[in-house]
Design a protein around this ligand. Structure first.
Ligand code: BG6
Length: 467
């Protein structure tokens, strides 16, 4: 089975995990630049400033900032016709609240987009991928503060105008639903809770400000170039009921509320009954959005849904009516980092999202973080990666061909080894291209093609028919 002509094949990346050069070209400090590396399982330490003697993986990343030419050559060799990447907000507005953008930062992305376009690779751009100016957190309290909507809109308008002829597909915020799902949504929204704050009240307020910011970006983007396709981006957590006990089935449905809360507002352009139900479940009573926001949300509904899919979970109802969501599904295997491997979960995700919204979908993240063991002068034999991706691509093909789901493209996370968000490790590798760097920042940064490089090259060359 082949994909339709024009299906987008490529890989997905994020600025703060790969660019490095964290102060080059007047770049400001981002929230990622004060996050230390850690090891699997341990949370990353977050500092309020850069501290001498601490190792911050984003500072050097994999030095894409200086090596983008060679890396894009490798992506082109694999046959990519798209690359998902993000623009570092802090390269364009180093502090976030300036009135004029930073020309050096704008010029950098001009060069990257020109290089991509010269290879026939379409840039797919996330406007904010787990990165925002640290100054906005320190000075304004991050997305708790409505003023950030204006700053974000200014950033979006600057890049929309600048790249209106070079970029067609945009996404407003990476994995926006993780604001609700994460205990402390630092990556997603620069939020760390204060002692006296109500966590749920803050999460709902922050989410609303992000919704309005996203909608204003969509409205502005469509005015600047009506051809723009601007999507939301969520992490889709396919979830099964742990048993067929009705309580567990109900728990599964309720466990999805925190996620549909985001896609409903961004795709339907309003707070639906499901959103109201979620507010009740969270016991949030002080949420009174500005009445004028309703029209903005409506007009700023997105054009497509982009999502990441890595694994599925299981839900059950506890005695006290609370919901337990776990990863311990005995029917699926797990990665080295304990993430369940479930390709059918991707087919289900595609069906659930398409049924609910009838909007084009874009699989913008899917991949396996694994330990690769390089042997000098030998090809890295990453068959586990090939197997993971093959089974997920096959599942996606079935969703398209048999279930009639509309899919724009597929970008695997990540085409080249980059810094892990969860742990800051380099040894949690996702790439088709190996990067010589370890968890402490040592290594030559040399690139090497893995076995999966040639496999993905064949998948793209046959437009998905030979996996
Ligand atoms: C997604 C993020 O949640 O998962 C990426 O959008 C991230 O930025 C990816 O890298 C994989 O997670 P991790 O923790 O293995 O890097």
């Amino acid at each position: 089975m082949k994909m339709r002509d024009g299906f987008l094949w490529g890989g997905a990346t994020a600025a703060n995990q790969m660019e490095g050069a964290y102060l080059a070209g007047n770049k400001g400090l981002s929230i990622a630049d004060v996050e230390k590396g850690s090891r699997s399982g341990a949370p990353r330490e977050i500092h309020d400033r850069v501290k001498e003697g601490s190792y911050y993986p984003s500072h050097d990343g994999i030095d894409f900032y200086h090596r983008y030419h060679d890396d894009i050559d490798l992506f082109a060799e694999m046959g990519f016709n798209c690359l998902r990447m993000s623009i570092a907000w802090t390269r364009i507005f180093p502090l976030g609240d300036e009135s004029k953008p930073n020309e050096v930062g704008l010029a950098f992305y001009d060069r990257v987009f020109d290089c991509l376009n010269s290879h026939g690779i379409e840039p797919i751009v996330t406007l904010s991928h787990y990165e925002m100016p640290l100054n906005l957190v320190r000075k304004y309290g991050s997305w708790r503060n409505r003023t950030l909507i204006d700053f974000y809109e200014r950033f979006c308008i600057s890049v929309f105008k600048r790249y209106k002829k070079k970029v067609r597909y945009w996404m407003t915020f990476n994995e926006i639903n993780e604001v609700m799902n994460q205990r402390e949504p630092y990556h997603q929204a620069g939020i760390r809770f204060c002692k006296d704050e109500s966590v749920n009240e803050v999460k709902i307020k922050v989410s609303h400000n992000l919704f309005v910011a996203s909608a204003r970006a969509v409205i502005a983007g469509h005015q600047i170039n009506p051809e723009f396709k601007i999507g939301c981006m969520v992490q889709y957590p396919t979830t099964y009921a742990k048993t067929c006990k009705p309580d567990d089935v109900l728990a599964q449905r309720l466990s999805m509320l925190p996620n549909y809360y985001y896609t409903d507002v961004m795709c339907k352009g309003c707070y639906t009954n499901l959103c109201t139900a979620q507010l009740k479940r969270l016991d949030v009573r002080s949420f009174h959005p500005d009445p004028s926001d309703a029209e903005i949300l409506q007009k700023g509904a997105v054009d497509y849904i982009a999502f990441s899919y890595y694994f599925s979970s299981i839900a059950s109802m506890k005695n006290n009516e609370s919901i337990a969501v776990e990863r311990s599904n005995p029917f699926v295997s797990r990665t080295d980092w304990g993430w369940p491997i479930d390709p059918i979960g991707l087919r289900i995700a595609l069906n659930e999202l398409f049924d609910r919204y009838q909007m084009p979908l874009f699989v913008v993240e899917n991949g396996i973080g694994a330990t690769d063991v390089p042997v000098p002068n030998e090809l890295i034999q990453d068959d586990y990666r090939i197997e993971y991706l093959r089974s997920h691509i096959e599942a996606m093909k079935k969703a398209i061909e048999l279930d009639g789901v509309e899919v724009i493209g597929y970008t695997s996370w990540a085409p080249i080894d980059i810094v892990s968000v969860g742990t800051g490790e380099m040894s949690k590798r996702y790439g088709f291209i190996y990067v010589d760097k370890d968890d402490d920042g040592r290594g030559t940064l040399a690139r090497r093609r893995k076995k999966s490089f040639y496999w993905y090259q064949k998948v793209i060359a046959t437009n998905g028919s030979d996996t």
